[in-house]
Design a binder for this molecule. Structure first.
Ligand code: FE2
Length: 179
């Protein structure tokens, strides 16, 4: 279950209702899928995936993907896997860890492992630490970035309204402090 860390104060917010209330107040969509029951057992702890294995994950989570897409207008989805086995992971993370915006919302459903969204909220930046099953959408135009947790491995489903238009626009923010 997701945990919130407020950067300015170090305050943590835990518990599904509390997390949902905080994220809703900051216009961030949050949901939770039962991936433990649905993910194929042999892929629950695998972070280097073939295309066939990525398709297997999409098929396993298809019901949830379809429901979310119908509700929020996504037309395309894929699977991304990141770990220390990913070529050039250090360079990728350096690139990821820059505050930026997009012209559409950024959706991630964590299928295995964990990840962190750092998001500019109404009262400063906060981290959302996501575990398997957590689903989040950062609103269009809202400054944020995504990174790994200390376990350094994640498999996530990404959903898009317009994959061609999904480009990161750097957001220079003097108020942002690296943790
Ligand atoms: Fe992004």
């Amino acid at each position: 279950m997701a945990v919130i860390r407020i950067r300015d104060t170090g305050t943590e917010i835990r518990g599904e209702d509390e997390v949902r209330t905080f994220l809703t107040a900051n216009d961030v969509y949050y949901d939770h899928w039962d991936v433990e029951a649905k993910m194929p057992v042999h892929l629950q702890n695998k972070f280097v995936l073939t295309d066939a294995e990525k398709d297997e994950i999409l098929a396993a989570l298809n019901e949830d993907i379809q429901a979310l897409s119908q509700k929020r207008g996504y037309v395309k989805w894929d699977v991304i896997a990141l770990s220390d086995s990913t070529p050039n992971i250090e360079d990728m993370l350096k690139k990821f860890e820059q505050v930026h915006t997009h012209t559409e919302d950024e959706v991630r459903a964590i299928a295995a492992g964990s990840g962190i969204f750092v998001i500019k909220g109404k009262d400063g930046y906060f981290d959302v630490v996501l575990q398997a099953g957590d689903v989040i959408s950062v609103p269009e135009g809202n400054p944020h970035f995504f990174t790994l947790t200390d376990e350094r491995k994640v498999v996530a489903v990404r959903l898009f309204i317009d994959p061609a238009g999904w480009v990161a626009h750097p957001y220079a923010d003097p108020a942002f402090q690296q943790a």
